[in-house]
Design a protein around this ligand. Structure first.
Ligand code: S3P
Length: 166
């Protein structure tokens, strides 16, 4: 079984993914960390040195690699489902969970964690809300295709566990 956590930056994909993997006794992979290990570069470095398009291409290729593993929880990057045919790959290969959160809550969280995220690091905290709101409108076209949609502010790992085990 493969479980994909999807959602905007700051929605808790990695934290929740780790806990879910633990209760299910599954492996856990964070796609961003995987890309960093495989390329020996930070996400920020890849964006700065090669640009977003290059990053998206790596992201697509490494998604294909991580889905080869079994019994795994995968925390994708915030943009992963929205490029190439990645959302189809996700839907065809396992159960997906969209960690849904409102723009204002995401902005509040991300204001403190902007630095390692190249798409938002230069935005002031005041501008974050606006940026996230417009990106969410585009991205929810993909996120909302997920198998399950849950409120990311009220996640209970046991509920999530029962949800995926059906
Ligand atoms: C991105 C989200 C990041 C990372 C990259 C681009 C995005 O992942 O993949 O900075 O486009 O939303 P997180 O959602 O884990 O922060």
């Amino acid at each position: 079984m493969k479980i994909f956590l999807i959602g905007f930056m700051g929605s808790g994909k990695s934290t929740i993914g780790k806990s879910l993997a633990k209760t299910l006794q599954f492996n856990f992979t964070d796609l961003d960390n995987y890309i960093e290990k495989r390329t020996s570069k930070s996400i920020k470095q890849i964006f700065t040195e090669k640009g977003e398009q290059y990053f998206r291409c790596l992201e697509k290729d490494f998604l294909q690699e991580v889905i080869l593993k079994e019994n795994i929880v995968i925390a994708t990057g915030g943009g992963t489902p929205c490029f190439y045919n990645n959302m189809k790959t996700i839907l065809d290969n396992g159960i997906s969970i969209y960690l849904r959160m409102q723009a204002k809550d995401l902005a509040e969280r991300l204001c403190k964690e902007k630095n390692k995220r190249p798409l938002i690091e230069k935005l002031s905290c005041n501008k974050l809300d606006e940026f996230i709101s417009s990106r969410l409108i585009e991205r929810e076209k993909f996120y909302l295709k997920a198998t399950h949609i849950i409120n990311a502010k009220k996640v209970n790992i046991d509920t999530l566990r029962n949800l995926v085990l059906g």
